[in-house]
Design a protein. Sequence first.
Lengths: 213, 302
Amino acid sequence: MSLDDIKIKKVISPDGEEFEVNPLQDYFCTDRPEEIKPVRGILEKFYNWARSESIWILGFGTGCGAIEMRPLMTPRFDAYRFGIQWRPTPRQSNLLIVSGYLSVKTLKRVIRVYEQMQSPKYVIGLGSCTINGGMYFDSYNTIKRLDYYLPVDVYIAGCMPRPEALIAGFEKLKSLIKQGKAEGANDYANKFDWYKENQKAVILDWDMPDYNW
Amino acid sequence: MGEKILFAFISVFVTLNYGYLLNGLIRKIYARVGRRHGIPFYQMYIDLFKSLGQRSNIRHGVMFYLGPVFRFTGGIGLFLFMPMIFGSKIFGNFSFSGDLILLLSFQFFGTLGMALGAGESGHPHSAIGVTRGLAQMTAVEVPFVLALMAVAIQYDSLSLHEIIAAQQGSILNWTLFTNPFAVVAAMLAVLGSFMRPPFDVVLAPQEIPIGPPTEYHSNYLVYLQSNRAIFPLAKAVLFMNLFFGGATSFPEMMLKTFLVIMWSVFVGVSFPRFKVEQSIRWFLGIPLVIGLLAVAYVQFFL
């Protein structure tokens, strides 16, 4: 998408009728995200167990850390054993792994992808770059702390963390989900203005709707 | 009538669970071929509960809702209108004298419903996926319908019940031995409707993530997953009834349907993926010729 794509424009239909299209209003949802309270009691515990045992990762690599996610699908590490599977579409995924450094350009895509995912959703920051910028700490073009922009559930430190570390991170995320502590989607909804402010501070050419689920 | 409805519920419930476990087992087999351990065989159930437990979902319009419902109806309909176990009261289902024609239309019903639903989701990958799916399904139908015609001419009947009855007595009465051309043509054609390699370009995550169900999630996905459990099984039951003498007991049904499905699994793990124009050309090649041979065979030699 570019800035031109979201400008109000005139469109001619196949019948020859001319009408105005406002892409931000007509093509996207304009509602703010809202907190969805978990149901109380044993049902939520059961759902949390199911959520923790069936984690679907979005196949989206942002930086060099993505190379450590590939061996997880291979016979040597085989993360499928733990109920971890890869999905190619954000609608069906529960977990977004931000794998390594995040340039401002990629951050835009990551935000759009995160907002398209359905609640409850989780974020793992992989590698030092997501924690404090890592070796890109003085880069003009990467963000330094991921949790200013998205609610992160688990960080996996290292440059690069090995696949074993990733599996340990998944196990940590699982225990957080089972305890009902992985409520990132609700945090994002509650502190929406703060997150948007941070995001817009680094993304100068904001050419997308504020919330695009 | 009330009794019949209760029996239908029982047989759908049993078949759904058998389908889920079978899908888990097939995923496991795929993993073992790739030298992995793979998911636990009961993972499908956890995925199902997880999808049900999603807190939010998206609406794209009425047809978006109805797409998965149509798909699931296609699967259930295909299953409910043929006898699962020959002579059984519970698993006899709503078989009637012209069911073979109805089953043919139910095969296409789900795909068409899904085309409307996926179209309304507005995602370009869904539209491309569905277009490819419909093109491939149409090519699959040609040899498949020829094989069905051969069987219908051979037994002079459009009733599955009569076709199964004609195959009882000895293993040599099976269509497999009385009309091998029809069986070969149909078995080659059915590879295209199980959505496994080499004919899974419609759903392939590496090609178009992931085709028709791109926008479907949470409860919608539960429908699609349930359909994926029951539809291949219904297809396998149809094949068992038409070609492999039907089944008179539950274990016999399980064994025969398992073997029919394994046929597509073995082909799937052994061969790479076709592009959609390659697969259409393939279906209109050898399987079509064998299908024509089958019709000619019953016409002139039986």
